[in-house]
Design a protein around this ligand. Structure first.
Ligand code: SAM
Length: 228
């Protein structure tokens, strides 16, 4: 790491507004966690702030929950070929791989996320699409790459992807395909209802997504289901 990060726990913190100090190359600046393009541009910075310092568990929680259901269904985790939406720099894809699943394709609105994934985790995804979910044509990609799982870790609501848009994408998938996402608990019932008509949910659990910079817990739910 060629940087130092400091977090002021006394600063007001709400999801989306949190800041931290970055010292790098002899200068210091204040950055917002949600200024993803700038954060992804510094190798290791997203991982250090979000995973190491704030304890984000969404990628691992989602991957473990999906793998458990896949094994319970008698399938091999490696046969689950995921479209990882809001994939960022590949932390979620790496967690899918660690759980034995196959992160085949990624999508993110940020070109910096794609660049960072290629820089820090080359070869993790077969294909990485840059665009806002809902604006990108996905059916051909899903068919061509044989994708059978739609996953999204820590990328719903809060000025990220809206659940109804994810539900529209879910229509691209076939009966029996897998869905897994994590969502802030205050939005999870609404998100779940967007999928209910076409989904049999097999798992819906509360977990500690991460801490805010002021130490407050951020509770999420992880949901796993299959298309019917
Ligand atoms: C908190 S990061 C999560 C990254 C990764 N899934 C992980 O677990 O480390 C949320 C990501 O969602 C992306 N994002 C936000 N809005 C989006 C949209 N409308 N379509 C696609 N990606 C979006 C952001 O660029 C960011 O990379």
């Amino acid at each position: 790491m060629d940087f130092r990060v400091d977090i002021d726990p006394s600063a007001p913190a709400t999801p989306g507004s949190e800041t931290f100090g970055l010292e790098r190359g002899g200068s210091r600046r204040t950055m917002r966690i949600h200024d993803y393009d700038e954060v992804y541009a510094v190798p290791g910075l997203y991982e250090h702030v979000v995973q190491d310092l704030l304890g984000c568990t969404s990628p691992q929680t989602l991957a473990a929950a999906l793998a458990v259901r896949v094994v319970a269904a008698g399938a091999a985790p490696s046969s689950v070929r995921c479209l990882d939406v809001g994939a960022g720099n590949g932390v979620s894809g790496e967690a899918l791989t660690a759980a034995g699943l196959s992160p085949v394709a990624a999508l993110d609105i940020s070109a910096a996320a794609k660049d960072a994934a290629a820089r820090d985790r080359p070869g993790l995804y077969v294909e990485y699409v840059v665009g806002a979910l809902g604006d990108v044509e996905l059916p051909a990609l899903v068919r061509r790459l044989g994708l059978n799982a739609l996953v999204s870790a820590g990328a719903l609501t809060g000025r990220h992807i809206e659940p109804p848009v994810l539900a529209e994408t879910w229509a691209t998938f076939a009966t029996g395909d897998w869905l897994a996402f994590t969502c802030a608990e205050q939005h999870a019932d609404g998100a779940r209802s967007d999928f209910e008509a076409h989904t049999t949910f097999e798992l819906d659990e509360r977990f500690l997504h991460r801490r805010l910079t002021n130490g407050d817990p951020v509770w999420y739910r992880v949901l796993v289901g299959r298309r019917r």
